[in-house]
Design a protein around this ligand. Structure first.
Ligand SMILES: *Cc1c(COP(=O)(O)O)cnc(C)c1O
Length: 373
């Protein structure tokens, strides 16, 4: 039988993170313990848990490195950014996840970080900032414009210049791209989204193949206490077992909805890298194993967009993404997202039947355009 290193991601998602001992339960059960009798492997609840270890084993195998589980994506990001020395120069996407940007500016005011906000889809602009930079933070696809950064080239260049590189891989998941293989120092996840996949928990992770970086993150988690809940870790791994089938179906539906939205009279523009007309289609096709299940589309303005969200009956108006439920959000409603077109709606495509989703969207679109005229 093929060794685990040669397994396909679908197999890893099911087979990794298990206890192979005779008589062991098939799934590592959640161990609810703050403390343990002396003489064992863990000792205290903040130092480790079998459910975290199982989750880390599976996610590490999917990304091709060693994972450290955190309480949520923000805790994972904070653990990575906490390594920065005072005055360090940091390159980050001007449209990075809102929480990442907020954390960076808070840190910058405390320890004089030099922040360089860039459009990560413009390779030359990113490369020009690299000399002297301590950290290159990347997201691709970007949120919510779904632009694609040229990750293989950027990560290789960062490696050459001795710059630590981190990719927030929340939108793509390890099924669509594995940044460590392109030379990234680390990958960060909000496991709250696709990995957990059921909108019922918060979790995060950092994955790296650098042993010292890994050990430092574990130390940081222990000292700062950003530990995941035991039940969360158990549920998140349970969700990851079905990630490949969920994502395949969600992505297929996303492609179908994106194509239909692009033909609808009330829609001005669709952002989806899977559309052959998309600005970044060729780049995505070259470097990714799929286009994902996030679709953004623009209507005339904020009022139209809000009317559409209220007219929807099946699709849920809510923030966040990556669950089995299709959700929609006008991103421009948040302070800090002023660069997002006001009429842009971000759709996180779930597992409902595509015909029901399209019927809901089409009805809401025509209702909203009728109200506007
Ligand atoms: C949600 C999200 C985060 C933050 O993760 P939490 O689990 O909410 O703390 C970070 N990055 C991206 C891209 C996200 O979507």
């Amino acid at each position: 039988m093929a060794h685990r290193d040669q397994w396909h991601p679908e197999t890893i998602a099911v087979a990794a993170g298990r206890d192979a001992a005779p008589g062991a339960p098939l799934n590592v059960p959640p161990t609810f313990a703050s403390t343990y009798r002396d003489g064992g492997a863990i000792g205290y609840g903040r130092w480790g848990n079998p459910a975290w270890a199982a989750f880390e084993d599976a996610l590490g195998a999917l990304e091709g490195g060693h994972a450290v589980a955190f309480a949520c994506g923000q805790a994972a990001t904070a653990a990575v950014l906490g390594r920065l020395a005072p005055g360090a120069k940091v390159i980050f996407p001007f449209d990075a996840y809102l929480g990442t940007r907020a954390l960076l500016s808070e840190l910058a005011s405390g320890c004089q970080l030099q922040l360089r906000a860039v459009d990560v889809t413009r390779t030359e602009a990113v490369l020009a900032c690299l000399p002297g930079s301590a950290l290159l933070w990347l997201e691709s696809p970007t949120n919510p414009m779904l632009g694609i950064a040229e990750l293989p080239a950027l990560l290789e260049a960062a490696k050459q210049s001795g710059t630590t590189s981190v990719v927030d891989n929340t939108f793509a998941t390890p099924l669509l791209q594995r940044p460590l293989a392109w030379g990234a120092t680390a990958v960060v996840h909000s496991a709250t989204k696709y990995l957990g996949g059921h909108s019922d928990l918060l979790m995060g992770a950092v994955i790296t193949s650098d042993k010292d970086f890994h050990d430092e993150l574990v130390k940081r988690r222990t000292l700062q206490g950003a530990v995941p809940g035991v039940m969360e870790a158990y549920l998140c791994l349970r969700g990851m077992r079905t990630l490949p089938v969920r994502l395949a179906r969600q992505q297929a539906t996303a492609g179908l909805l994106a194509a239909r939205l692009a033909r609808h009279a009330a829609v001005c523009r669709v952002h989806y890298p899977g559309l052959s007309t998309d600005l970044h289609h060729d780049r995505a096709r070259k470097q990714m194993d799929g286009y994902g299940a996030m679709v953004s589309f623009e209507v005339a303005g904020a009022d139209d967009a809000d009317r559409i969200v209220s007219a929807l009956r099946l699709i849920v108006g809510s923030t966040s993404l990556g669950g089995v439920e299709t959700t929609i959000e006008r991103r421009g409603r948040w302070a800090g997202e002023e660069h997002v077109p006001p009429g842009l709606l971000r759709l996180s495509v779930g597992l409902e039947h595509p015909a029901d989703l399209w019927a809901d969207l089409e009805a809401a679109l025509s209702q909203a355009s009728a109200a506007a005229t």
